[in-house]
Design a protein around this ligand. Structure first.
Ligand code: ADP
Ligand SMILES: Nc1ccn([C@@H]2O[C@H](COP(=O)(O)O)[C@@H](O)[C@H]2O)c(=O)n1
Length: 509
C-alpha cells in the first residue's frame, strides 16, 4: 500500500518512495542540481493527483520522489469562517485561501535539499491540524494544486510546468463523487459550493494559468502524455552525478596552497596522544586474530578515549560550587546542547539489524559512557552494490537536529569508526548542514583516518568540521571486493592500510 500525501487528510493520495539517495552534492560538498520540481495545475478534480501518481509509479525505481499538495497550505480558519465552510459558504477557491508564502518557502527548502515541516490540512474538518510533517531530501518533487501555476514565486521553482485540461462536466461529476465519498460532503453542498465559488474561480484564476504550462495534459486518456513527461524527467536525472567515490579518491592535498603534508599537523585534526596504553589497544584491534569479544571490549575502551578528547572541543563557561568543606571552588561547566549521530554502514547485512531503532555503531557505547543522556541518531549509508557509490538509505536524527531553530545551536558528535575515501563522512555532514547544524558545531569522532583520501576531501569541503582520531595510517589502497554471491560481480573498494579491517563488521558479526 502507498503512504498518503504528507500533510493532507480526507484525500486519498500518496507518496514518498526511496531506493537510497546518491550524492546530491559535488566533491566540494556543495549541492548540485537542486531537486527536479514539477508543478501540476488544473481545475478541481481535473486529474492532477492522478497525473502525479502515474508519474511517481513510472519513476518508482528512482531514488526519492515526493508529491507536495497545495491543499496542505490552506490557511487556518477562525470560528466564523469554519461555520461558513460547513455551510458551503466559504470561498476556498480564491488565491487568498492559500498561504502561498509558506508554500513557496517549504518548496524552496525542499528543492534546496533542506529539511522542512509542512502543515497538515483536513478536508473533513475544514481546518489546519496541529501536527506538521517533516520532509527532507527528495530528488523529484511533484507539486499539485488548482493554483500551482498562479504565483510567480512558485512558478520560478518549477523545472517543468504542467496543466491538466479537463472537460468541465467531467470535473463536476468527479468532484461530486469524490467529495461525497472522501470529504464528507452532500450533493447539495457540493453543487452550491461549485456554482458559487469553484466554477467562477476556475474561470478567473485557474484556467488562465494554462498559458504558463510547458505541457498541457488531457484530463482523461492521458497515458501517452504522462509517458512523455516521465521520459523527460528520466533524461534530466540521468545527466546527474556518477563515479563519486573515484572522484573523491583523486582529491589530493594541494601543497601549493600551503597545506601541511602531514594530516597530523592540520589545525582541524586532533590526534590522540600516542601513549603506550593507546598503542596497546590499537595493536589488539589491528590483529586479525583478535576474538570478537576482545574486539568489542577494546573498541569500547577506545571509543571512550576518543569521546573524552572530543569533549575538550566543546564550549565551557565558568561555574562555581560549594564543596563539602564549605569552601567555594571555581570551575567550568559544559555550555552546549550536544547530540550524537552514528554513521551506520550497511556494508554487511548484519548492520541492518540496527535498522529498527537506527542507533548504534561501535562508538555509541563510548559516547553514552561520557554523556549519559545524550540524544542519539543515526544515518544508514550503504555502498550501492553494483556501483560502490554511497547511498543514503535512511536517516533518523535526534529532535534537536530535526527542529531547525534548535539545530543551529546544537553541537553534533558525528561517529564513524574510520574515514577512508570520505564519501560517507561527506554525505553525513551534508545531511547535518541541510538541517541547519553549523559546520563549526560538527565534531567527527573516529578511530582511524588515512593520510590520503578522506581527510583531504573533508578539509576542502568543510574546513570548519573538526576530526578527533585515535590513529592516522599512511595509505588508502583501492582494490576489488569479493565476488557478490547474488550479482556475481566485484566492485571497487578502498581500504586504509595497515588499518583495522571493516571495524563495524568485526564489532557486529
Ligand atoms: N485519467 C484519468 N482516468 C480515469 N480517472 C481519472 C483520471 N484522472 C482522474 N481520474 C479520477 O477522477 C477523480 C479526481 O481526480 P484527482 O486526480 O483526484 O483530481 P484533482 O487532484 O485534480 O482534484 C479521481 O477519482 C480519479 O481517480
Ligand atoms: N475545506 C476545504 C478546502 C478546499 N476545498 C476545495 O478543494 C478544492 C481543491 O482541491 P482539489 O483536490 O479538488 O484540487 C478547491 O476547489 C476547494 O473548493 C473544500 O471543498 N473544502
Amino acid at each position: 500500500m502507498l503512504p498518503t500525501t504528507p500533510g493532507v487528510t480526507g484525500h486519498k493520495n500518496h507518496i514518498l518512495t526511496s531506493h537510497g539517495r546518491p550524492p546530491w552534492y559535488g566533491p566540494d560538498g556543495r549541492a548540485i542540481n537542486n531537486a527536479f520540481v514539477i508543478g501540476v495545475a488544473g481545475g478541481s478534480a481535473s486529474g492532477k493527483t492522478y497525473v502525479a501518481d502515474q508519474i511517481v509509479k513510472a519513476l518508482q525505481s528512482l531514488p526519492s520522489i515526493l508529491i507536495l499538495s497545495q491543499d496542505s497550505f490552506y490557511r487556518k480558519h477562525n470560528e466564523e469562517e469554519l461555520a461558513l465552510a460547513f455551510a458551503n459558504e466559504l470561498d476556498l477557491d480564491h488565491p487568498s485561501a492559500i498561504d502561498t508564502e509558506m508554500f513557496a518557502q517549504c518548496l524552496k527548502d525542499l528543492k534546496e535539499y533542506k529539511q522542512t515541516h509542512i502543515p497538515t490540512y483536513s478536508f473533513v474538518h475544514h481546518q489546519r491540524l496541529p501536527e506538521t510533517k517533516y520532509l527532507y531530501g527528495a530528488s523529484v518533487i511533484i507539486v499539485e494544486g488548482i493554483m500551482a501555476l498562479l504565483d510567480p514565486a512558485l512558478r520560478d521553482l518549477y523545472d517543468l510546468k504542467i496543466f491538466v485540461q479537463c472537460d468541465s462536466d467531467l470535473m463536476l461529476a468527479r468532484r461530486l463523487r469524490r467529495d461525497i465519498k472522501e470529504r464528507g460532503r452532500t450533493v447539495d453542498g457540493v453543487l452550491t459550493q461549485y456554482l458559487r465559488f469553484v466554477k467562477p474561480a476556475f474561470d478567473n484564476f485557474v484556467g488562465p494559468t494554462a498559458k504558463y504550462a510547458d505541457i498541457i495534459i488531457p484530463g482523461a486518456g492521458n497515458m501517452i502524455a504522462i509517458d512523455l513527461v516521465v521520459n523527460h524527467v528520466r533524461r534530466k536525472l540521468a545527466e546527474r552525478h556518477a563515479n563519486f567515490r573515484a572522484e573523491l579518491s583523486r582529491v589530493q592535498p594541494a601543497l601549493e596552497e600551503g597545506w601541511e603534508a602531514d594530516v597530523r599537523n592540520w589545525p582541524g585534526v586532533v590526534l590522540l596522544r600516542q601513549t603506550p596504553q593507546l598503542r596497546g589497544i590499537h595493536t589488539i584491534l589491528r590483529d586479525q586474530e583478535t576474538s570478537r569479544e576482545d574486539f568489542i571490549f577494546f573498541a569500547d575502551r577506545l571509543a571512550t578515549l576518543v569521546v573524552e578528547r572530543g569533549m575538550d572541543l566543546l564550549p565551557y563557561v565558568p561555574d562555581s560550587v560549594e564543596t563539602p568543606t564549605g569552601a567555594i571552588a571555581r570551575g567550568l561547566k559544559l555550555d552546549a546542547r550536544v547530540c550524537g549521530v552514528s554513521i551506520i554502514r550497511a556494508q554487511a547485512p548484519s548492520h541492518l539489524q540496527l535498522l529498527p531503532s537506527l542507533t548504534g555503531g561501535p562508538l555509541q557505547a563510548g559516547l553514552q559512557r561520557v554523556l549519559r543522556d545524550v540524544p542519539l541518531g543515526a544515518l544508514l549509508i550503504q555502498s550501492d552494490p553494483s556501483t560502490g557509490e554511497p547511498l543514503l538509505l535512511h536517516s533518523s536524527l535526534p529532535a534537536c537536529v530535526l527542529d531547525r531553530a534548535l539545530a543551529t545551536s546544537t553541537y553534533v558528535f558525528l561517529l564513524d569508526t574510520q574515514i577512508g575515501t570520505g564519501a560517507a563522512a561527506l554525505m553525513a555532514i551534508r545531511v547535518l548542514l541541510d538541517h541547519g547544524v553549523q559546520e563549526g558545531h560538527i565534531v567527527f569522532l573516529t578511530f582511524l583516518i588515512s593520510q590520503q583520501g578522506g581527510p583531504n576531501v573533508l578539509r576542502r569541503a568543510f574546513p570548519r568540521v573538526r576530526i578527533v582520531t585515535s590513529a592516522v595510517d599512511d595509505v588508502l589502497r583501492s582494490g576489488w571486493s569479493e565476488l557478490d554471491r547474488e550479482t556475481g560481480e566485484r566492485r571497487r573498494v578502498w581500504k586504509i592500510v595497515p588499518g583495522m579491517g571493516y571495524i563495524g563488521d568485526r564489532y557486529y558479526l
